[in-house]
Design a protein around this ligand. Structure first.
Ligand SMILES: [Zn+2]
Ligand SMILES: [Zn+2]
Length: 146
């Protein structure tokens, strides 16, 4: 079998992977059966068809999966600049969007609009990069940045 964290080949039932030092089934990056790259939230390996084991380290995290048709990263960025946080909500990071909306407004008002350009740029880049990940078929965590 293979370590689900680093893809190193290990003995069956080995407790700890000797290459990366973690419990082999606690990772989520490789199939334990054939060693092919998989996504952390993938349930079944599409190459060999086995059910992917473990993955305990990502449970409880709300993952956002790419939508079909994919969301537009540039639209997300522009939305984020027009109304802070809305670009994140559009991408599915709803809670993060709400927090960034409130946080961004407080930051901008409390600095007498001095922080506004920085907030806009950071929010644009963040939504654009999260949007790009989703656009390329990757899933993101609800609180993932950049
Ligand atoms: Zn390993
Ligand atoms: Zn496999």
């Amino acid at each position: 079998m293979f370590c689900r964290n680093c893809g190193n080949e290990i003995r069956e039932n080995q407790e700890i992977c000797l290459k990366c030092g973690v419990k082999p089934l606690s990772g989520g990056k490789y199939c334990q059966n054939c060693g092919v790259d998989v996504l952390p939230q993938q349930e079944i390996c599409v190459k060999c068809g086995v059910r992917l084991a473990g993955g305990a380290n990502i449970s409880g995290r709300k993952m956002i999966n790419p939508s079909t048709p994919p969301k537009n990263p540039i639209a997300a960025g522009i939305l984020s600049v027009l109304i802070l946080g809305v670009g994140h909500m559009y991408l599915g990071q709803v809670l993060k969007g709400v927090v960034l909306l409130i946080g961004g407004v407080i930051l901008i008002i409390s600095t007498g609009f001095l922080a506004a350009p920085v907030v806009w740029i950071v929010y644009f880049v963040d939504t654009y990069m999260i949007g790009e990940k989703l656009h390329s078929g990757k899933s993101v965590w609800e609180w993932e940045f950049f």
